[in-house]
Design a protein around this ligand. Structure first.
Ligand code: AMP
Length: 619
């Protein structure tokens, strides 16, 4: 397995080059580099500007796109066209986020299935990957403008609890933005790196990373051995953060003043001003004991003791999460040697105090908590560029390894640059009723369609017991050992039957070929993703047609004539859209069919239907 550094812009093999570290956050994102001269990590910013870029995207009526501060200003003015928190949707289905749907002011398609969410703005549909790629593209453009050089390689951070699919989605977003994502690293790992933890490879260390941002809270317990970070446990609350502190202050002011309350509910701009003043109050109370101001002749104020009382329940919640994380890691509080603070809300003195008194150990809070993750990502990038000799690069897979799924798409199980040895498993299902075999085709490469990748092996997995489509659970595992040999095995979980094949992914593959494959994946990223989106839309359309037809046959008795006619028309329109190459058209036809069938599907909730829609099918 090679350790490769290829300049994607020039195609040349390079010793050292600028690789950026990106903190792709839920509310804010940042880019950092290790400065080539000072060798210190710094966040990139334009003169007099902030290093923080709000992770907000605004689409105007002509689908022109703005990302960052200006998009943030549109949040209140144009909620339907302004996307925030896209990161929360990465790798999620509508069912996953259903209970929080009210939180999003823009349109998320309610398809009531397990397939990945889609967001509709104007007449177009976007996946969370598309949206994240727009933010990354903006970060890339800003970085290029500041550095005055092309930026093509990045390390991107993700929460420690992100699963495989969410990590892959983040990689895809990077690729779509024209970035070669060298590595996805955990946010707590990045924060620890920024504090130099793990640099001394002779010492083992156990640390807690407490990350309280604007809208999310994460606690991670990490163990560092020989410079390798292992996540022992994570816990948190994805809807808890500094925004709750602001809301608590607003509520406090409203309670104290009925006239202000009336104004608040009748005047949007007053409501907005009050929220902004609450945030200003919170920030001021991080360094002083009082805050007061006037809004429309109303005198409003809050003192530190009151604020601390208001936020006490939220802080307690975070400490409860810390207790749970410790329990899951099988450690005692005294085992935690040091704590790292991340996120703007850890500036609140009461938060720091609570964390200190709970862990009763050294707290690392000297680095700007908004920047610490990006700075750590830059350090990791610098290590990958080969500039930091204190770190050894581990053996990695130079190209992604995956399987062919419906429509000839590549489903990556082991992403490129993964450490070896490594094992990844994923579940698949059948597409047809009674299907007894499944073709397992193993590919290597970075392109979205397997036809553009390198085929490594193929076998026919047979003996799947006869079941309706979508019911069999076939777990495919990729195990790559320390010698780089890949074993692909498939197991039907109900019957336990298993088959496997062994391959040497690097056999006969030269560095030049690897380089070429990487270059092509960036060159064709946009086309590839568009083709993937179209194939996925078509597959989804075909599945929905088949499920709906079955459903109608079974349930004619409970349907009236109008319903049957409307469904038939919508089915026909969807069928027709499948013969064309417009993914937005297909998605809008799927949505129209769903709108029609939703009421009677609810009437005759049939478990088999939702089952048939879940899981990916191979062939
Ligand atoms: P993050 O998501 O890490 O960017 O954190 C943003 C959160 O930190 C927001 O809720 C901010 O209001 C909060 N924050 C930023 N600066 C301060 C400060 N000086 N004191 C208290 N909270 C702050």
């Amino acid at each position: 397995m090679g350790k490769i550094a290829i300049n994607i812009a020039t195609g040349s093999l390079q010793q050292a080059e600028m690789i950026v570290g990106i903190d792709l956050g839920t509310t804010n994102s940042l880019v950092a580099i290790v400065h080539p001269e000072t060798k210190k990590p710094v966040c990139l910013k334009e003169h007099n500007a902030n290093s923080i870029v709000p992770s907000v995207i605004y689409f105007d009526e002509f689908d022109n796109i703005t990302v960052g501060e200006m998009a943030h200003d549109q949040l209140e003015l144009n909620p339907a066209n302004t996307i925030f928190s896209a990161k929360r949707l990465m790798g999620k289905s509508y069912n996953d986020i259903k209970s929080k749907a009210a939180y999003y002011a823009y349109k998320i398609i309610d398809d009531d299935t397990e397939s990945l969410v889609k967001i509709q703005v104007n007449n177009k549909f976007y996946s969370p990957i598309d949206l994240s790629s727009l933010i990354l593209k903006e970060l890339k453009n800003r970085a290029e403008h500041i550095l005055k050089t092309p930026v093509t390689k990045a390390v991107i951070t993700v929460p420690a609890y992100f699963n495989d699919a969410q990590r892959q989605a983040t990689r895809d977003a990077g690729k779509l933005a024209g970035l070669d994502v060298l590595r996805i690293i955990n946010e707590p790992t990045a924060a620890s790196l920024a504090y130099g933890l793990g640099i001394d490879t002779t010492k083992e260390k156990t640390i807690a990373v407490y990350d309280l941002g604007g809208g999310t809270f994460d606690i991670s317990i990490l163990k560092i051995t020989n410079g390798i970070f292992e996540v022992l446990s994570t816990n948190g609350d994805t809807y808890l953060g500094g925004d709750d502190f602001d809301k608590a202050i607003v509520d406090y002011w409203l309670k104290a003043n009925e006239e202000l309350q009336e104004l608040y509910y009748s005047n949007q701009s007053i409501a907005q001003t009050l929220r902004l003043q609450a945030e200003a109050a919170k920030k001021q109370l991080s360094t002083s004991n009082n805050f007061s101001t006037t809004i429309n002749e109303f005198q409003i104020s809050i003192d530190l003791d009151t604020f601390n009382e208001l936020i006490h329940p939220f802080i307690n919640k975070t400490i409860d999460c810390c207790k749970k994380a410790l329990k899951d890691s099988d450690l005692k509080i005294s085992d935690i040697e040091t704590v790292v603070l991340v996120g703007g809300s850890t500036r609140v003195p009461a938060v720091k105090k609570a964390v200190h008194s709970f862990f009763n150990t050294e707290i690392n809070d000297s680095i700007n908590p908004d920047e610490v993750v990006a700075l750590g990502a830059a350090i990791q990038a610098d290590i990958l560029a080969g500039n930091n000799k204190d770190f050894l690069l581990l053996d990695v897979t130079p190209l992604s390894l995956g399987l062919e799924t419906m429509g000839g798409l590549m489903d990556v199980l082991i992403p490129r640059n993964s450490k070896i040895p490594n094992k990844v498993s994923r579940q698949y299902t059948t597409q047809k009723d009674g299907q007894s075999s499944m073709r397992i085709s193993v590919f290597q490469g970075e392109r979205d369609l397997v036809k553009d990748n390198r085929k490594l092996a193929e076998f026919n997995f047979t003996g799947i017991p006869g079941m309706p489509a979508g019911l069999p659970k076939v777990e495919v595992s990729f195990l790559i050992n320390a010698d780089g040999i890949l074993t692909v095995s498939a197991k039907e979980l109900r019957s336990g039957i298993e088959q496997s094949v062994e391959v040497k992914p690097q056999y006969g593959l030269t560095d030049a070929e690897v380089e070429k494959m990487l270059l092509e994946s960036i060159t064709y990223a946009k086309d590839d993703m568009a083709t993937r989106a179209l194939v996925e839309a078509k597959t989804e359309g075909e599945q929905i047609i088949s499920v709906t037809e079955k459903f109608i046959q079974k349930n004619t008795a409970i349907l009236n004539k109008e319903e049957i006619l409307a469904t038939a028309n919508a089915l026909q329109a969807l069928q027709l859209s499948l013969t064309m190459t417009d993914k937005n058209l297909i998605q809008s036809k799927i949505e129209e069919l769903n709108e029609i069938t939703r009421p009677f599907a609810e009437r005759a909730m049939d478990a088999a239907v939702s089952n048939a829609l879940s899981g990916k099918s191979i062939l």
